[in-house]
Write a protein that binds this ligand. Structure first.
Ligand SMILES: Cc1cc2nc3c(=O)[nH]c(=O)nc-3n(C[C@H](O)[C@H](O)[C@H](O)COP(=O)(O)OP(=O)(O)OC[C@H]3O[C@@H](n4cnc5c(N)ncnc54)[C@H](O)[C@@H]3O)c2cc1C
Length: 384
């Protein structure tokens, strides 16, 4: 598409998982949609992520937890739909997770977690969450270190190969008629009075009926008028990729904010650091990589002999209160935010796309977007 083609009904800024999933759903609803992507679609945070679709704590009742539950419920159908339409398999697998307990606090939290989920069962009638002794944990994962107090098993945790998911989404967008303008940076919003009528790009202006802001960690820098409304900042996450065959473990292994994920191909993702201080720098550091390698060896001692394949880093779109911005941007009519998904953007993409599509096509949404309103008062709350 050239910048002079007919105006789309909706222009989406950013071709990450949030922008592509939203564009796909909007096109399925019958709208003419264009994605404008500075580089190549799906090569930023949505490529770098570990691909874990994690239900999160049952104890949490906040708005993000509600959003996450709705997202988890629709994820299997979402990937099945993409696989059927495109022939690309995003390799969605319910691997389950073991949340490792090593101290008194985690011990107490595990009891509360299990009590909160006592009535929840999986589709096959098994407990949603189960407390395991060290011996039981090692029955599930024989290569797990014995130096633990136990673990919490979450059966619903799943994983997906996010680069494959992005490839499937890209193909699904093309099939649905989404126009994709890559290597084209948005420089500014086109604002007439209080109304956003399109964007200024490096290739010229593009008019649009509505604009969806989905530029990930870069969302705040799209236009100076977003100051105080959209406060997204980068939070670097480093990852180490190991290989050991045959597979050493299958569950997602979690301890605090560190984790090990075993892919179907025998490669192991060890993640992740959390470094807002790094700004937009996507380097790997000696300290970051060393910390991740210590985590790997501590919980899976056999991994000391694994091959270190590569390292990378990505920029999560953080927000001061760790909640995404979803919905209309006050004072900028026609601009809708879908950004700031921080650690959970892969998980939250299908629900985000459905809500933004509902808002644009019906003016109302199944889930109240008020808690995610751009321009809300921001207090630095606990992280997700
Ligand atoms: C190390 C790491 C591990 C993670 N693990 C998980 C996980 O296991 N599970 C999970 O659910 N989430 C995970 N996440 C979080 C998840 O990856 C992100 O929340 C999600 O990818 C954000 O998607 P996005 O589309 O908003 O951003 P991005 O994928 O960053 O996409 C934004 C796009 O906007 C484009 N853009 C920026 N500026 C402009 C401009 N001016 N003009 C045009 N285009 C522009 C960029 O080029 C980019 O392609 C992880 C993230 C990291 C970094």
């Amino acid at each position: 598409m050239s910048a002079t083609d007919k105006s789309p009904d909706v222009l989406v800024i950013g071709g990450g998982i949030i922008g592509c999933t939203t564009a796909y759903r909007l096109a399925q609803a019958g709208l003419a949609v264009t994605i404008v992507e500075r580089g190549v679609c799906g090569r930023e945070a949505s490529w770098a992520g570990a691909g874990i679709i994690y239900p999160g704590s049952e104890l949490r009742t906040d708005f993000v937890a509600q959003l996450r539950r709705a997202a988890i419920a629709r994820f299997p159908d979402f990937v099945a739909e993409l696989r059927e339409r495109t022939g690309i398999d995003p390799q969605f697998v319910r691997c389950g997770s073991l949340d490792i307990i090593t101290d008194d606090n985690q011990d107490a939290a595990a009891d509360r977690e299990v009590a909160a989920a006592v009535d929840h069962k999986t589709n096959t009638g098994e407990p949603f969450i189960e407390r395991l002794t060290p011996r039981q944990a090692r029955e599930h994962e024989p290569n797990l270190t014995p130096k633990i107090r136990g673990a919490v098993l979450m059966r619903e945790t799943a994983q997906v190969r996010n680069p494959r998911l992005m490839a499937a989404l890209r193909a699904a967008c093309a099939q649905a008629g989404v126009k994709l303008l890559e290597q084209t940076a948005v420089l500014d919003l086109l604002v007439d009075g209080a109304r956003v009528g399109g964007v200024q790009t490096a290739r010229g202006p593009i008019a649009a009926g509505k604009v969806v802001l989905a530029a990930g960690a870069w969302s705040s820098s799209i236009d100076r008028r977003l100051a105080g409304l959209i406060e997204v900042f980068p939070v670097r996450g480093q990852i180490v990729l190991l290989e050991m065959l045959p597979r050493v473990f299958t569950h997602f292994i979690l301890h605090g904010r560190s984790y090990l994920a075993s892919r179907l191909d025998g490669k192991i993702i060890v993640g992740s650091t959390e470094e807002p201080e790094a700004g937009f720098d996507k380097s790997n550091t000696v300290a970051g990589v060393a910390r991740l390698l210590r985590v790997a060896e501590r919980f899976m001692p056999r991994l000391k002999d694994a091959t270190l394949l590569r390292t990378w880093a990505g920029l999560r779109p953080g927000t001061p209160d760790s909640k995404p911005y979803l919905g209309p941007v006050p004072g900028l009519e026609g601009l809708i935010a879908a950004t700031g998904h921080y650690r959970s953007g892969l998980t939250l993409a299908p629900i985000t796309a459905d809500l933004i599509t509902q808002y644009i096509t019906q003016g109302k949404t199944d889930i109240d977007l008020e808690p995610f309103r751009p321009g809300r008062p921001q207090n630095q709350s606990a992280k997700r």
